[in-house]
Design a protein around this ligand. Structure first.
Ligand code: MN
Length: 199
């Protein structure tokens, strides 16, 4: 049985960049729905019921066809949001090993920001942009819907949710403004932790 993870901060913690109402609906309604739908999909599959999200998402091909898409969508939805909440915190400057690696792999922080912003902007429809570690190299990727980088063997370090539910209440159709604001709520200390673990 999968459960909704607690947010490590209050719904208003990321104001004004991400508003409290958006956080509340996003966490208590959207994220909760992925949890409920995942549990419903696994109900008749005792052999998969107690597997971790990581085990499910890295073994999608081993799942019965009947539930594979539901697990990809809803298991991915749970995993991706669990990850996303953890990398959000207001006013943390990029520093440490991740900053060094970004400078090495992208040239400088501005270039990284441009490339990440572009990926988030051009993801057509619902999905995510990610900074991942892939074979010891940093890479920016985007995924559609709730596809998770771990399914592709990549280790997530940073994510932005670009589903409209992540920004529509405050930004409406202005996704680029949401992406710009997002750069004020990245917890670079957390990104550094994920980077250390991924190596
Ligand atoms: Mn979302």
């Amino acid at each position: 049985m999968h459960t909704l993870s607690e947010l490590p901060y209050g719904y208003g913690a990321l104001e004004p960049y991400i508003d409290a109402r958006t956080m509340e609906v996003h966490h208590s309604k959207h994220h909760q729905a992925y949890v409920n739908n995942l549990n419903a999909a696994l109900e008749k599959y005792p052999e998969w019921k107690n597997k971790s999200l990581e085990e499910l998402l890295t073994n999608l091909n081993a799942l019965s066809e009947e539930i594979r898409t539901a697990v990809q969508n809803n298991g991915g939805g749970v995993y991706n949001h669990n990850f996303f909440w953890q990398v959000l915190k207001k006013d943390v400057e990029p520093s440490g090993e991740i900053l060094t690696a970004i400078n090495n792999d992208f040239g400088n922080f501005e270039k990284f920001k441009q490339e990440f912003t572009e990926a988030a902007k051009i993801q057509f429809g619902s999905g995510w942009a990610w900074l991942v570690l892939d074979n010891a190299k940093l890479e920016i990727i985007k995924t559609a819907n709730q596809i998770s980088p771990i399914t592709e063997g990549k280790k997530p370090l940073l994510a932005i949710d670009v589903w409209e539910h992540a920004y529509y209440l405050k930004y409406q159709n202005k996704r680029p403004e949401y992406i710009e604001a997002f750069f004020n709520v990245i917890d670079w200390e957390k990104v550094n932790e994920f980077f250390t673990k991924a190596q």
